[in-house]
Design a binder for this molecule. Structure first.
Ligand code: DAH
Length: 335
């Protein structure tokens, strides 16, 4: 076959493929031209009979022919074999990687479900806050370290990335009359250097219950004990340690029983049997005054959990940065 003849044969083959009306015709043309005993492989086998000086050009032309016929065949749609598979309804479906929920989303959603059973609704607030909601109304004095430029991301005099979800307490009370029973999951920001346990951006779940009847520290403890058991499993409960927060009085730090050793002491809890997870307390009367509530007529409690902290102990995650890297090898392990 000369080069000119090859071009004619090629044009004819492409016309045939273009005219093929069904999968069977496409398959027949595949066998005829590029199949093992097809005419193109036959030409390649016959290359040795082509005069040496013509061989490179001829070889190139044959390869181009094969490529064009294959492209034309595949552009006709499914091959006959694929069509047969598709028509067989008993074949398993194609697999799509659906992905899994991020551990932080899981902790937030599970928490919302647990607190919903206790009558808490989910409130929301902006990540850009003003000084009043983030500090002043929360009874935080100007000399408090969290007000400092080196601790907080400020944008001008009265605009900052919230350092805590506590300002949502203020928003919820300003917008509603008691009783108020809310949780608020969300992002918070501090000027922290990132290491295995710190991140400048992290998440908290705020909680607030205020009522006209008397609310006590015992109510707070029972709610957190229920949350601990539902979130971490049976045998996990809470203990309170005295602490200070400007917006609660008294204030406590909240520990969960270590869910790994159930309080016996192990490496995870540094042999103490307890793991710190939240801050909490009874809402300070001065906070009530800032939102126009009568401190003599209402009482309530508040709490704030670290979401990363709960995710890390619940799933045994050793480095907070893994939560933000979006590495599917890590996320898949928690599926
Ligand atoms: N906002 C506090 C923090 O970021 C956590 C906290 C402590 C929240 C006590 C509260 C609370 O609602 O009552 O460290």
């Amino acid at each position: 076959m000369t080069l000119a003849e090859l071009e004619i044969a090629k044009a004819a083959s492409l016309a045939e493929v273009a005219a093929a009306a069904d999968a069977a015709a496409v398959e027949a043309l595949r066998v005829k031209y590029v199949g093992r005993n097809g005419s193109i492989p036959a030409l390649i086998k016959a290359m040795k009979d082509v005069p040496k000086e013509e061989r490179p050009a001829f070889g190139k032309a044959v390869q181009a022919w094969r490529a064009e016929v294959e492209t034309a065949l595949s552009s006709k749609g499914f091959t006959a074999a694929e069509k047969a598979v598709d028509a067989d309804l008993t074949m398993p479906g194609r697999w799509w990687g659906l992905g899994v929920k991020h551990p932080l989303s899981r902790v937030i959603e599970e928490s919302a479900a647990i607190f919903a059973r206790l009558g808490f609704t989910v409130a929301d607030g902006p990540e850009l806050e003003n000084k009043f909601n983030n500090f002043t109304a929360l009874n935080t004095p100007a000399h408090h370290p969290s007000m400092d430029r080196s601790d907080t991301f400020w944008f001008g005099e009265d605009c900052l990335l919230r350092t805590q979800t506590s300002p949502v307490q203020i928003r919820a009370m300003l917008a509603n009359k008691p009783p108020v029973r809310i949780i608020c999951p969300g992002r918070t920001y501090r000027r922290d250097t990132t290491d295995a346990t710190h991140s400048a951006n992290f998440h908290q779940i705020e909680g607030l219950y205020v009522d006209t009847k008397s609310v006590s520290l015992a109510d707070l403890k029972s709610v957190l004990a229920y949350f601990a058991k539902e979130m971490m499993g049976d045998g996990v409960t809470v203990r309170f340690r005295p602490h200070f927060f400007p917006f609660t009085e008294p204030s406590v730090e909240v520990d969960f029983t270590c869910h790994v050793c159930k309080g016996k002491g192990c490496n995870v809890c540094k042999q103490s049997g307890w793991i710190e997870v939240a801050g909490a307390g009874m809402v300070d009367p001065r906070v009530f005054k800032h939102v126009g509530y009568d401190p003599d007529a209402v009482s309530g409690y508040a709490f704030g959990f670290g979401v990363e902290r709960i995710a890390m102990i619940k799933y045994g995650i050793q480095d907070i940065r893994w939560l933000y890297e979006n590495d599917v090898r890590f996320l898949d392990q928690l599926a």
